[in-house]
Ligand binder design. Structure first.
Ligand code: 13P
Ligand code: SF4
Length: 312
C-alpha cells in the first residue's frame, strides 16, 4: 500500500476518536472505505445500526437517502455525508409531487390502496407513503397488506415485478429503475455461464427480469452473503449487483471465487453516486463537520413511517 494511503487511514482513525464519530458504510462503497467502517451493511442493517450508535456523530458512507434515513431514525445525532451530491437514480425517478398526483388520481378513481415505497427515495416521498421497504424486508411487508387493499409500489419497477412474482400480488408499479442494475448484459452473462457451467449466479432484485430469470438465487446484498455462506465447498459465483459488493463477499466468505456479471458498456458495474465518496472526502468531513444532513420538516412524518416499517 502506498505511504499516502497508510497516512490517510491513520488520520481517519485518529479523527474518528477525536470527533466522537462512528462510520457506517454500505456494501457498494469502495473496499478501502468499507475496511475503515465501524458498521458495514445493506440498507436495512445500516438503518438499524444508525439507531444504536453511541457517538455524537455518524458519518454515513453511502448515498443521500441513506444518510437522511439515519438522521430520521436518530435525530439527536449529527449525520455527515462525505459528498452531499451522492444521489440515486431510483430516488430521482420519483419526485414527491408526481407520486402525490398519482395517489390523488387513484383515489379519485375510487381505488383503495396503500403506498409501499422502496427506501431508495427522498424524505418527501417517504412522508406520503404507508410503508418503507428495503430489499431485506420487502416481501414480509407486502405479505402483511390485506388482500383487499391494492398496492402502489414505488419507485423500482424491477423490485416491484420481483415482489409480484414471489408474493403473487399484482401491484401498481412506478416506472423507476436503478441505473446500475438495469444495464447488465444478458448476452455476456450467458457467455460467462457457458464458460463456467458450475458457477452459481446471484442477482439483486433490482435487476430486470431478463437477468433474474438466469439467476440461481435472487436477494439483496445482505441475503447474498447469507446465501454464499451456505456453500461449504469453494464455489464460483457470478454476481449481478454493484461491483463493490464483490469486495464484501470476498472479505466475508473468502473460500469462494466471485466474478462480476458484465455490464453493457463495461466489464463491471459501479454506482457513480456511491463512488462520489472517497477517503479524502471522508477525512475532510470528519475534520470540518460538513456536509451535514440538516433536519427538514418532512423528516417528522417520514421518520414515523420508517420506524413503523423497519424497527418493529
Ligand atoms: P441493499 O444493499 O439494501 O440490497 O440495497 C441495494 C442498493 O441499491 C442500495 O442503493
Ligand atoms: Fe441508487 Fe442504484 Fe446507486 Fe443503489 S446502486 S444508490 S439504487 S443508483
Amino acid at each position: 500500500m502506498p505511504a499516502t494511503s497508510i497516512d490517510i487511514y491513520d488520520e481517519i482513525e485518529a479523527l474518528k476518536v477525536e470527533k466522537d464519530a462512528t462510520i457506517l458504510a454500505h456494501y457498494y462503497q469502495d473496499g478501502e472505505i468499507q475496511e475503515l467502517a465501524d458498521f458495514t451493511g445493506d440498507s436495512l442493517k445500516l438503518a438499524r445500526a444508525a439507531t444504536t450508535v453511541d457517538t455524537g456523530t455518524i458519518v454515513f458512507c453511502g448515498v443521500h437517502f441513506m444518510a437522511e434515513t439515519a438522521k430520521m431514525l436518530n435525530p439527536e445525532k449529527r449525520v455527515l455525508l462525505p459528498d452531499l451530491q451522492a444521489g440515486c437514480s431510483l430516488a430521482d425517478s420519483c419526485p414527491a409531487p408526481l407520486l402525490k398526483r398519482r395517489q390523488d388520481a387513484l383515489r379519485a378513481a375510487g381505488r383503495h390502496f396503500q403506498t409501499v415505497t422502496y427506501i431508495n427515495s427522498s424524505a418527501a416521498v417517504k412522508a406520503i407513503s404507508d410503508w418503507i421497504v428495503t430489499s431485506g424486508n420487502a416481501e414480509e411487508i407486502v405479505r402483511k397488506i390485506p388482500e383487499d387493499v391494492e398496492i402502489l409500489f414505488a419507485p423500482d419497477r424491477h423490485l416491484g415485478s420481483y415482489l409480484e412474482e414471489v408474493t403473487g400480488r399484482k401491484m401498481i408499479l412506478w416506472e423507476g429503475a436503478c441505473m446500475v442494475h438495469e444495464v447488465f448484459s444478458v448476452t455476456d452473462l450467458l457467455k460467462i455461464k457457458r464458460r463456467k457451467p458450475e458457477a452459481k449466479t446471484i442477482a439483486h432484485p433490482e435487476c430486470p427480469v431478463n437477468i433474474r430469470e438466469h439467476a440461481d438465487y435472487i436477494g439483496g446484498t445482505e441475503a447474498m452473503i447469507r446465501f454464499v455462506e451456505g456453500f461449504a465447498e469453494p464455489t464460483e459465483f457470478i454476481v449481478a449487483t454493484e461491483a463493490n459488493m464483490l469486495w464484501q463477499l470476498q472479505h466475508a466468505v473468502p473460500r469462494h471465487t466471485y466474478l462480476p456479471a458484465p455490464g453493457i458498456t463495461c466489464a463491471c458495474n459501479l454506482c457513480p453516486h456511491m463512488a462520489r465518496n472517497t477517503l479524502e472526502k471522508l477525512r475532510d468531513c470528519l475534520k470540518t463537520g460538513e456536509p451535514e444532513i440538516q433536519w427538514q420538516p418532512e423528516f417528522e412524518r417520514a421518520g414515523e413511517v420508517l420506524r413503523r416499517s423497519l424497527l418493529k
